[in-house]
Design a protein around this ligand. Structure first.
Ligand SMILES: NC(=O)c1ccc[n+]([C@@H]2O[C@H](COP(=O)([O-])OP(=O)(O)OC[C@H]3O[C@@H](n4cnc5c(N)ncnc54)[C@H](O)[C@@H]3O)[C@@H](O)[C@H]2O)c1
Length: 359
């Protein structure tokens, strides 16, 4: 296989964004086909990519023989269904996150991926953000020490947005963006959770304006996670504050603030070092014809360029027969906690024990 023939399921905003990313990486990908049952979405895909095949049904795309790999850019409640269908056809999958929609699906995906010859990678772009790489580098150099407590937030005011799925979704299930980067740092599963919802207090038509979950590991590391899709906020910010043995780290979309002093005595002033992230978003393959320059720039720029790095890693694993960069265990470690959090919220904040298929 010289380049991966890529099919994308779903022509919504995210499917279109990922399609543009494949076009930015012609050395790895040839975008061959996309699917959507929505005529308007299909039409937009046809306009942006006149040289690909369009399908009204994802099953037809999967059976077409036109793709070696697919990305599942469909709503979260059907991510797992199409990952499983693709693996059944020996197609490699970059599976959108959250990886599954229920505890039972978690068990099913675990077994499916472990018995498949094709590669499954969780499409966890936050793992490829510059701030995540900074975090891992510091941890590797033993500069952070033992972590005591983490606060992390994903606030995305989607009240005026096209993304239909966010309106009904229990926001706490969208925990993957915040949990994936820190789980690698924590090194163990989250084991208990309680969560509460504001419901639609602001009466803006979203089922939950904001949801706040409190998690802990077996050895009492505590994580507070706020996910909010319907409160006024300019962003969308992903923020993480890590309180550790050797100091404090604050991670934002475009910068980090780090206080990891040699001397922790109280009389030494708490001075933070600020690290600004800057990625070059001007890169374009020389012969790429771009019809919608602004959208391409957004795709490239979106998520601080992390999509591009994630897609390179997926291609490297598929083309060079390497293990999945983000496998099914990591996918479930970042997804299942949110499903238990939603259960807790439905029961008014009841404490839940989180179980995993490998327990
Ligand atoms: N990783 C990230 O940073 C990130 C960012 C945004 C969205 N997402 C994920 O991407 C997914 C899609 O997001 P979106 O904003 O484009 O959502 P969306 O709901 O706006 O669009 C989804 C599209 O999929 C289509 N669709 C539904 N079922 C389908 C099927 N079986 N086959 C083919 N198409 C189908 C819909 O008609 C719609 O056009 C979401 O599930 C979300 O989890 C991830």
């Amino acid at each position: 296989m010289k380049t991966i023939r890529m099919g994308i399921l779903g022509c919504g905003p995210r499917g279109m964004q990922m399609a543009r990313i494949t076009k930015l990486l012609p050395e790895f990908y040839t975008l061959t086909c996309m699917s959507d049952m929505n005529e308007t979405a299909l039409e937009e895909a046809g306009k942006a990519f006149p040289d690909i095949r369009l399908f009204r049904s994802s099953d037809e795309l999967l059976d077409s023989g036109l793709a070696d790999a697919v990305i599942t850019e469909v709503p979260p409640d059907v991510h797992m269904e199409y990952v499983a269908k693709a693996l059944d056809r020996n197609l490699h999958v970059l599976g959108e996150i959250p990886a599954v929609n229920s505890i039972e699906e978690g068990q099913f995906l675990w077994e499916k991926v472990n018995s498949s010859k094709a590669l499954y990678m969780a499409g966890s772009n936050p793992n490829y953000r510059e701030k995540t790489r900074l975090l891992y580098n510091l941890a590797q150099q033993n500069k952070i020490g033992k972590v005591a407590y983490i606060e992390t937030e994903y606030i995305h005011d989607s009240t005026g947005m096209k993304d239909a799925w966010r309106k009904e979704y229990e926001a706490c299930r969208y925990c993957t963006h915040s949990l994936a980067p820190i789980l690698k740092l924590i090194g163990s599963e989250l084991r208990t959770v309680c969560c509460m919802s504001t419901y639609d207090r602001l009466k803006n038509g979203h089922r939950h304006n904001a949801m706040s979950a409190l998690y802990s590991t077996k050895d009492n590391l505590v994580v507070r996670l706020l996910t909010a899709f319907a409160i006024p906020y300019s962003g969308p910010p992903h923020t993480t504050k890590i309180y550790a043995e050797k100091g404090v780290l604050e991670l934002y979309n475009d910068k980090a603030r780090v206080w990891l002093p040699e001397d922790l005595s109280p009389e030494v002033p708490q001075v933070y070092e600020e690290i600004i992230f800057g990625t070059d978003f001007t890169y374009r393959p020389a012969d790429l014809k771009i019809i919608d320059e602004d959208l391409f720039r957004q795709a490239h720029y979106g998520h601080n360029g992390s999509d591009l790095f994630m897609m390179m890693d997926f291609a490297d694993a598929v083309l060079n027969n390497k293990p999945s960069p983000i496998g099914v265990k990591e996918a479930l470690m970042m997804t299942l906690p949110g499903i238990y959090a939603a259960e807790s919220a439905r029961e008014g904040g009841a404490l839940k024990t989180i179980r995993y298929p490998w327990d």
